[in-house]
Design a protein around this ligand. Structure first.
Ligand code: GCV
Length: 834
């Protein structure tokens, strides 16, 4: 009996720790600590006193109480006056000094905080203080994070302050509720061309942002709808600002520079025309009447079809300063994106190069921007590719405030379907030394204003959270948002430390959990890069559509300038000064020279700077083409290994997130194989050089669907050909369903079976598998991918493990289509079980 009672106790305890979680709490779970750990915090005061009264301070107090209650099971007594007992004190430095004038508090940078134990009026107090209220809130989050990670807080004496003033996120939400490059449901801000009635997710988002020190958010697509600043919309915007305000997050909006013409009744939007500046002045005044702490505007102009100052022969500085002047009167900022380029470049001209655009356009304007203008620069010269060099314009703007733009939303790095933790990449960028003016100029120091003595810029991430409970669709994707905030706060943090911190907060402190997840995170960028765009080839994705699946030729022979110039002889863009586009000359000499020379350019950026033949030998000694084959196979294998690594955490992670993440990893492993086969087959064909290991195009365990005995199904060609095994798939246009049959002809034994099927966005087909009539498996194609046609964007894998097969067995796949999704199949793979 006793044993059973113990077992029940154990089960209850486990259930307590592993309660089902949607991921909505992200890293702010405040999960109950084990009793043995709670003892560490026994001396934590029983009261929390807040000096002052404001929305931000009230959030700080509420958060303190919430965190301690969640983790330690105690409810702090809340005091409005200075408590006459030992207490946690939350106060700005000024208000603290008014009560305890003799208190010695270290120097704290703006928006920073100090955590420390002091004796005030005879009571030992734990003080969280800052020059400003935001900093007090950040300090509370800092303190709670320490407790959640089970760190000691007894001898606290810690000062922290952010590296740069701009720590901002952008959302590309449209007013109709969709999100450009959003992969996790509709907008939390808008629906049907209005602000949503329920903004509870907005205030939760504000809380998450504040917890990692983010202080602003531009809420709408940079491809902006002018309506966002019209009179009737402003009260709605004010509601969003109200939801953010308690978290110290300032609201910003993206604007359409042609608004004076589109909605203002003027016949021009020329920034030099006084009627235009007058129009903007009135708009800005109207906005500040509704939102006194409005953050500012973000501008995308002369870019991808967005109108801009070039229409009137004006420069980005003319446009930016005209707006910035109006904003400055109210304390606002103007973010002007350096993502300005011609997307109708003549691809036939080998000297044309999109990578040059930002430097060519913005460098001559250095020193001409007002001080409340921030030039917002994508980290690389092209566009969020899996690997790019640092954009040289960071070194080319020495009298201008700049911010780096980073993609939390993983537009080109797996779109939250693939695990791709970007901190190691972002660390490379921030720690990169551009060596401008012959001195050390690390990107992080440029952003902080230290390298060139500006008043500092900072960090902007495109995040695109949606209404999905876990914000980004993949609970692991949130590590990128967390990491972004942590790096913007302190770019000296190591990627390992961020991975460790995030994992502890998100999944608990069990050593096995922390090590397994951190390891998966830390190698995931290189794994993703290896099967999608190695050697600085940028990306082999479909740049004309989804940016998700492979499509090597999509980059070529069009004006978008994402060329990699693959042909039958070789691959890569010649960006050298000597024979190419001259892009490498935009870097300071030591860096430019490194990239210019084939001897010194790092292998991982080779194809970004040089066009080389497939037989070219890398520093590793391998030929280029063999390297491409090998890394695709290695990367796919490593993606496959995530599955077992994650499975080893069964019982360590709550079931809901465990299965959800496992589903994502299963998808990724299958999709990595789709990538591998498409890229390797494409290059084997175009180069005419075979894989030394004879893997490419050689799949003995595969049965092509079009080669099966089909009933109702018809064979269809997939484009491009390399995106389907054998270039073809099958499609069922018969509403009652179709079947595809294969007679097994190998030895008897245990097998695992993969069914590669097409999961489109407009239907949920049903699949069933039978062996000799016996039901084996069934599933619905509802991965919610964005693809509209069968191909690499929709190709998905169903793995059925442990099927007993004998020669002559009949394997039958039944597909029942739904709406426009035709229960398509590519192949089945049958592998001896390991
Ligand atoms: C918001 C890329 C994306 C576009 C995006 C653009 C930008 O081209 O594909 O969706 O537009 O970058 O950053 O402005």
């Amino acid at each position: 009996m006793k044993r059973y009672v113990c077992l029940i106790c154990l089960l209850c305890a486990t259930a307590g720790v592993l309660r089902a979680e949607t991921g909505q709490d992200a890293w702010l779970r405040y999960a109950p600590l084990k009793n043995s750990v709670r003892a560490k915090y026994a001396s934590l005061p029983a009261a929390v006193g807040v000096i002052g009264n404001s929305a931000v301070l009230n959030s700080a107090r509420a958060e303190m109480i919430r965190g301690v209650r969640g983790m330690l099971g105690r409810t702090l007594r809340s005091e409005n006056e200075f408590p006459r007992e030992s207490a946690i004190i939350l106060a700005t430095v000024d208000s603290l000094k008014s009560i305890a004038p003799n208190l010695i508090i270290p120097e704290i940078g703006k928006e920073g905080f100090w955590l420390g134990g002091v004796n005030i009026r005879g009571n030992l107090c734990l003080v969280v203080t800052s020059p400003d209220e935001r900093g007090v809130l950040y300090g509370v989050f800092g303190l709670l994070s320490r407790i959640a990670r089970e760190e000691d807080i007894k001898l606290l004496h810690e000062t922290q302050f952010p590296s740069a003033p701009i720590r901002w996120v952008d959302q590309w939400d449209n007013l109709n509720g969709t999100i450009e490059r959003g992969y996790s449901g509709p907008s939390i801000f808008f629906e049907n061309d209005n602000v949503r009635a329920d903004l509870s997710r907005v205030s939760e988002y504000g809380r998450l942002l504040a917890s990692v020190g983010i202080n602003g958010c531009t809420i709408n697509n940079v491809n902006a709808n002018p309506r966002v600043i019209q009179d009737e919309f402003l009260p709605q915007l004010a509601r969003i600002a109200n939801a953010f305000r308690p978290w110290g997050v300032r609201l910003g909006v993206s604007i359409d520079l042609s608004s004076p013409q589109k909605i203002g009744g003027l016949d021009t939007f020329d920034p030099a025309d006084p009627r235009v500046s007058e129009w903007w002045k009135k708009r800005v005044e109207a906005i500040y009447r509704y939102i006194p702490d409005f953050g500012g505007f973000t501008v995308k102009a002369d870019s991808e079809g967005r109108l801009g100052p070039s229409q009137y022969g004006r420069t980005p500085a003319d446009a930016a300063n005209m707006l910035a002047r109006e904003l400055r009167l109210h304390g606002g900022i103007l973010f002007y994106r350096a993502f300005v380029y011609d997307h109708n470049l003549d691809w036939r001209n080998p000297k044309n190069d999109r990578a040059r655009a930002a430097y060519d356009i913005f460098h001559p304007l250095d020193g001409k921007f007002d001080d409340n203008v921030i030039i917002q620069i994508k980290h690389g010269p092209i566009d969020f590719q899996a690997r790019e060099p640092v954009s040289p314009i960071f070194g080319g703007l020495q009298k201008t405030r700049t911010a780096v733009e980073l993609p939390v939303m993983q537009e080109y790095t797996g779109q939250q379907r693939h695990l791709c933790f970007l901190m190691p990449y972002w660390k490379n960028i921030l720690d990169f030394d551009l060596q401008s003016n012959g001195a050390s100029t690390l990107v992080k120091n440029i952003l902080a204003g230290k390298s060139f003595g500006t008043s500092g810029g900072g960090y902007v991430a495109v995040v695109n959270v949606g209404l999905e409970p876990n914000w980004l669709g993949h609970p692991m994707g949130m590590a990128n948002l967390f990491g972004f905030g942590r790096l913007a706060w302190n770019p000296d943090l190591a990627a390992d430390d961020i991975a460790d911190e995030w994992t502890r907060l998100t999944f608990g402190t069990e050593q096995k959990t922390v090590l397994t997840i951190s390891n998966m995170l830390l190698r995931s960028w290189e794994v993703y890069e290896s099967y999608t765009g190695p050697l600085g080839a940028q990306t082999f994705t479909d740049i004309l559509g989804s940016h998700f699946g492979p499509n090597v030729e999509a980059s070529e022979r069009n004006g978008w300038g994402q060329w990699h110039r693959a042909d039958q002889n070789g691959i890569g863009m010649d960006r050298t000064v000597a024979t190419g586009t001259g892009f490498s000359g935009q870097y300071a000499l030591p860096v430019g020279a490194l990239y210019e020379s084939l001897q010194t350019v790092p292998d991982n950026l080779l194809l970004f700077f040089h066009h080389v033949p497939y037989t070219y030998r890398l520093h590793s000694g391998k030929t280029l083409i063999q390297h491409i084959y090998d890394v695709h196979y290695e990367g796919t294998q490593r993606a496959e290994e995530y599955i077992d690594q994650w499975r080893s955490l069964e019982g360590f992670v709550d079931e809901q997130r465990f299965w959800q993440i496992l589903g994502r990893l299963e998808f990724q492993a299958g999709h990595a194989r789709v990538w591998r086969d498409a890229i390797c087959n494409y290059f084997q064909k175009i180069s005419g050089v075979r894989d030394e290991l004879n893997r490419v195009g050689n799949y003995p365990d595969r049965v092509e669907a079009e080669g099966m005995q089909l009933n109702g199904y018809t064979s269809v060609a997939i484009t491009p050909w390399e995106n389907a095994s054998g270039g073809k798939g099958i499609d069922c246009a018969v509403s009652q369903g179709c079947t595809a049959v294969y007679r097994f002809d190998r030895g008897a034994g245990w097998y695992d079976m993969d069914v590669e099927y097409y999961d489109l966005n407009d239907g949920e087909s049903n699949f069933r598998v039978r062996v000799n009539g016996q039901f084996i498996d069934e599933w619905v194609a509802n991965n919610h991918l964005t693809a509209r046609k069968p191909g690499a964007d929709s190709s998905s894998r169903r793995r059925i493990k442990g099927v007993a097969l004998r020669p002559g067995d009949e394997i039958k796949i039944e597909g029942i289509p739904d709406r426009d999704e035709h229960a398509g199949l590519d192949f089945i793979g049958i592998y001896a079980s390991k």
